[in-house]
Design a protein around this ligand. Sequence first.
Ligand code: SF4
Length: 481
Amino acid sequence: MFGIYGHPDAANLTYLGLYALQHRGQESAGIATWQGGRIHFERAMGYVADIFDEARLSRLPGDSAVGHVRYSTAGDSHLSNAQPIVYKTNKGPLAIAHNGNLVNADEIRRELEDEGSIFTTTSDTEVFLHLMARSRAENVVAALKDALSRVRGAYSLVLLAGERVIAARDPQGFRPLTLGRLGEAQVVASETCAFDLLDAELVRDVEPGEMVILDAGGVASTSFGMGRRTAFCIFEPVYFARPDSTVFGKSVAEARRGFGRRLAREHPAMVDVVVPVPDSGVFAALGFAEESGVPYAMGLVRNHYVGRTFIEPRQAIRNFGVKVKLNAVRSVVGGKRVALIDDSIVRGTTSKKIVRLLKLAGALEVHMRISSPPTRNPCHYGIDTPRRRELIASTHELEEIREFIDADSLGYLSIEGMLQAFGRSENEMCAACFTGHYPVPIATGEEQVPLFVGGPNGVLLPALDLREPVAVSDTAATPAA
Ligand code: SF4
């Protein structure tokens, strides 16, 4: 997700920003710009570089733009759900792009449909626009605040409203959102790696519960729900974010190295070489090798022209992808005892195939080490994880998992170790896919609504009732620097 205000090349820069953020979604992409009193937009299924050519970008004039790359965690993988979603409303034309999942979108949607609203997508993002259109507030900022007071869950969003770009982050701050500067222009992005590609300067994170308004007056900031328990997604530094990004104020690469070092202390292995599962295991493996004093080597090579298996939504592609994606380097692993480092085990089928690859290439032993705790619970806040029954750690004990993947030993990083290595407490983070303590209550269904969230030293604290109206503070304008 990317937004820019005040640059004559807004669409081209958004294209580049999305290019840097491609890892956050590969199903579809879109860009919306503002010029001549209307929104211009282009959206399509596929990768950013395949969708946008010169002709398409030339149809996106204007100095303001918002853009999005999508993978579906709510709503189908279909062009109608591609973002930004563009509506003509009583508040003017609006284009919105959203990262995260709302936990009460279905409830709001049912209520609005009962009252006559017609939805054109199955995405939870559309709920924002309906709520804004129905708000009695007279301006867009107040209408967005009205809308945000109704929704619960994870959202970092960008909105194009006239020439203004508005960005907001949910009060728990599940997903990252950063504010930057490119000359006189203002930019926002899901991750700082987008700024690096543009040579933009990182200014700061958009705070949880903060809305920033980028316009001719500079950057204005207003709060709509600050001061609550934060719930930064620990899976962002573990797996999802790019290692060259900074999320939640910390370098992802350094965080992963720290997870690896801690993992080596918690689960040492008598091995000859430390091998990462590329790419997300690379920095954890470096940390593991440093801490254990064992050489690090690239014993697996990844074909970068195959999509990431974890976020491909179709099972057929997922199975196919594993086979073509990785290959073992015989000269590195042959005749060696290998510590194999990965960020997580989801279903276990990928790990099993990788262990087999290494053994077929001559590895004598494969000791699997995972730089996060067992993934036992699905995410309801915007990361695509399977249902609980498909998560191997939810249905199997450690020894059964080891046996299934055919490793000689298996060790996971502890929850305490992961949080300590990241330098945050459980009260600041969401770690629900590991702990089952959902910091924002989720809808009933297969996964039950938690009444408690984890506290320090394993003490459970009551979850906040986020259905209460949120406080709205005055807008405080800060000049552009
Ligand atoms: S459940 Fe897991 S993946 Fe989802 S927000 Fe929480 S830590 Fe992140």
